[in-house]
Design a protein around this ligand. Structure first.
Ligand code: ZN
Length: 209
């Protein structure tokens, strides 16, 4: 008797990288509850990486839901729903689906308006090797941009950073960090940083294989 072969649906290709931009939506050009330049920064980074990684990188941002309504990068706290707000369900679902495709790296892109004299800094959650990997990520970005590494370029995030926290629950994820880029970066610096972040990400993914 012949054994019946089940048709197995081909699962989607494994991912290498997820890029998120939770605070991209701004009411106008002056407010800073949102991250003014995170949309352009994250889009440029995604497009640049997509040329190399093709369908192994995905870009996820929420709909036009302002941070004043609910914060797409926070968990539930008191009466605040953060990323668990019903309006953010599509965003959260895309992240969860993406994380099930075994990515290695998640870059959560933000921007900041405070002048700290740094073009960027990274935030990590102090679990496992995250700190050491984050430090090496930052110093490689500096090396490629020919700028001096400064210890202030890496900061300890908290478990409130829900996107990277969710990512780190997955075994496939080797590094999940927040990248904060200065809103004061000019186009030259922005492009230099984005190319550096792209190259460091590609090297990171390649080296852990
Ligand atoms: Zn932000």
């Amino acid at each position: 008797m012949k054994t019946k072969k089940k048709t197995i649906k081909k699962t989607k290709t494994n991912l290498k990288l997820i890029i998120t931009a939770p605070h991209w939506f701004c009411m106008n050009q002056d407010e800073n509850l949102c991250d003014q330049h995170s949309l352009i920064d994250s889009k440029l980074l995604y497009l640049s990486i997509k040329k190399l990684l093709k369908n192994k990188v995905i870009y996820i941002k929420p709909n036009k839901i302002h941070r004043s309504l609910t914060d797409a990068n926070r968990g539930k706290k008191d009466d605040k729903l953060g990323i668990y707000h019903p309006l953010l369900k599509p965003f959260l679902n895309k992240i969860k689906k993406g994380l099930n495709r075994r990515p290695k790296l998640l870059l959560d892109i933000h921007s900041y308006s405070v002048n700290n004299n740094l073009p960027f800094y990274l935030l990590y959650i102090d679990l496992g090797k995250q700190k050491i990997l984050c430090e090496s990520f930052a110093s490689k970005i500096c090396y490629k941009c020919n700028i001096n590494y400064n210890q202030k370029m890496i900061k300890t995030g908290t478990l409130d950073n829900e996107i990277i926290r969710l990512a780190l629950e997955k075994k496939s994820i080797k590094l999940a960090i927040i990248i904060e880029l200065s809103d004061m970066n000019n186009d030259y610096i922005r492009n230099l940083l984005i190319e550096a972040i792209r190259d460091v990400s590609i090297e990171f993914i390649r080296d852990i294989l």
